[in-house]
Design a protein around this ligand. Structure first.
Ligand code: TEU
Ligand code: CA
Length: 562
């Protein structure tokens, strides 16, 4: 077992626009983040992942970058950023930056040049094609943000590819000059002293040659082209090149965001011998409630479905084959407690239970801002109160083009919309939750008087203080970091239970995923002399016999078995 800081640490994701506003313009910023570092240090955070803070016209809140080497004006200056890095390092914390290089902004100078003429030196930095003979788009792929992936450009009468928004043209990774520019930019940031990268949709940078039409059995206007741009033919060649030229030269952490990757495919990205990345964000769990047609078609699932996915990844990357990243929400997903727990009666209990899962599986835990205080999904009455481009594009398509019932579409936004996670961080019970003295860019969740950081920090029974203990428990027990995972009771629709084993050390985790009392019976094959309680989200009699006992709603217990 080789110890690594990025395996032992706990990551906290900051979505800067929604974190803390220092100057009253309603938009979170870097000086605002700096004022919260002691709050994060106190929680026990080791690593910050900062969503994009680069220059951007904000069509997709910074995931559309117009200058990779400048800070967005609304977020502050490069010297604010330098101070952030310094203050993090002074506290013994690390900083991971977001790397968005599948695409950038149509306002990036490369694209401004590229669109000018067919023979512009930057033309080949992007993916341009002529219309099909019948005058339609070069292929039938559907954009992840609705509509075609192709946008017609008047100046040269050709189309450019954009897997996401129209203002996010895809870079042409086939062009070695593009790759060199990206590597140089990465080196520039690493030389400034950052500690790694989270790589946005990095498994989409290699497209299948010829960009063929996707099968379209239902005869829809556009079809999912995922098979032609996810895990494409040259993806591993590019990542090995990036590793050799850049990543291998630094002691850093890398995590690739990779929709549609299986555990078998993941090994090829993260196994040590591959010399590519260290971790991936898997999407199988995030897609658990997506039916045919994608995320907005919400379908039911069972606890065994949930466990099958999590355990498959535990076994798939366990025993030295790779390393998991563990997350239950982020800036693109609904709030963890609303989605996988209960955000009303058992908000505290279920958030703590889910947190226990996150910190006791094998992998590096990622906490998304507000998760540590149990922030919930939000329901705004009209679409006008939403800001997210994915949500708006989907709403326009379904309501205005397809004539679907707006109330039904709003229901799906309440469950899956990305703004659920983007409402401002709830700091205290003052106006706008203490996020801003001005008007917030996105309304705060009206539950801030009850759910806020000030309350949570001072309440010993809060989710925040439980997370703090979880992080400390994981730090104190290396078996929780490196121990191998073995599932118990895999057919149970009530409990997720497992052991973690590292040499002579063994830990038992019992999680009640239901909102009622449930009788737990430990399988006979788990033998031990004594069971020492490490952490639990209820008061527990430490002497209780755990072979047979009644668990309470969303109860979580972690025992060291001797
Ligand atoms: O997301 C990529 C992605 O495919 C999804 O997470 C997506 O945001 C959505 O859930 C599809 O339904 C990354 C970023 O995390 C996201 O914020 C960006 O909008 C996107 O890439 C484009 O850069
Ligand atoms: Ca601000």
């Amino acid at each position: 077992m080789e110890r690594k800081w990025w395996k032992e640490g706990t990551v906290y994701q900051i979505y800067p626009r929604s974190y803390a506003d220092s100057n009253g313009d309603g938009i979170g910023d870097i000086p605002g983040i700096i004022t919260k570092l002691d709050y994060l240090k106190n929680l026990g955070i080791d690593i910050i992942w900062l969503s994009p803070v680069y220059q951007s016209p904000n069509d997709d809140n910074g995931y559309d970058i117009s200058d990779y080497q400048a800070i967005m004006d609304e977020f502050g200056t490069m010297s604010d950023w330098d101070q952030l890095l310094q203050e993090l390092h002074d506290r013994g914390m690390k900083l991971i930056m977001d790397l968005v290089v599948n695409h950038n902004s149509d306002e990036h100078r490369w694209f401004v040049e590229s669109r000018k003429s067919l023979d512009n030196p930057y033309r080949d930095y992007y993916i341009w094609r002529a219309a099909k003979a019948d005058g339609t788009e070069p292929n039938n792929w559907e954009s992840i943000f609705s509509g075609s992936t192709w946008q017609h450009d008047e100046q040269t009468d050709q189309y450019y590819l954009h897997l996401f928004a129209k203002k996010q043209p895809d870079l042409n990774w086939e062009n070695p000059k593009v790759r060199q520019e990206v590597y140089d930019m990465m080196t520039w940031w690493l030389d400034k002293g950052i500690d790694g990268f989270r790589m946005d949709v990095i498994n989409m940078i290699s497209k299948v040659e010829g960009l063929p039409d996707a099968p379209n059995p239902e005869g829809r206007k556009y079809a999912s082209g995922g098979d032609y741009f996810m895990n494409g033919p040259k993806i591993h060649e590019y990542l090995r090149e990036m590793n050799e030229q850049v990543l291998s030269k630094y002691d850093i952490m890398t995590v690739g965001e990779t929709p549609g990757v299986t555990p078998e495919q993941a090994i090829d990205y993260v196994n040590d011998d591959r010399h590519e990345l260290q971790m991936l964000f898997q999407f199988e769990l995030m897609d658990i409630d997506s039916g045919p047609g994608g995320k907005w078609n919400v379908v039911p699932y069972t606890l065994t479905d949930f466990k099958r996915i999590m355990s498959k990844w535990q076994y798939g990357l366990g025993r030295g084959k790779g390393w998991n990243s563990l997350y239950l929400n982020n800036h693109d997903q609904p709030r963890m407690v609303s989605r996988f727990g209960d955000d009303s009666t058992y908000r505290l209990e279920s958030a703590k239970m889910l947190g226990t899962l996150l910190h006791t599986l094998q992998g590096t835990p990622y906490i998304y801002q507000g998760e540590e205080i149990g922030m919930t999904n939000v329901k705004f009455d009209t679409i006008e109160h939403y800001q997210d481009i994915e949500t708006h594009n989907m709403y326009n398509e379904k309501v205005h083009q397809e004539g679907q019932d707006p109330a039904k579409v709003m229901e799906s936004i309440y469950i899956k919309g990305r703004d659920n996670a983007r409402t401002p961080m709830q700091w205290d019970d003052s106006e706008h939750a203490g996020f801003t003295t001005g008007t917030p860019w996105l309304q705060v969740n009206p539950n801030y008087p009850q759910i806020n950081a000030k309350q949570a920090v001072s309440d010993p029974n809060s989710i925040y203080n439980y997370y703090k203990r979880l992080i400390q428990t994981r730090r104190d027990n290396l078996v929780l970091v490196y121990g191998e995972f073995d599932e118990l009771l895999s057919d149970s629709e009530t409990f997720y239970a497992y052991t973690r084993t590292l040499n002579e050390e063994r830990v038992l985790v019992i999680l009640n995923f239901t909102c009622s009392d449930q009788a737990f019976e430990l399988p006979k094959e788990v033998t031990y002399q004594t069971a020492e309680l490490l952490i639990s989200n209820y008061e527990v009699d430490p002497a209780q016999d755990i072979r047979n006992f009644t668990t309470r709603p969303y109860e979580a217990r972690v025992y060291r078995l001797n």
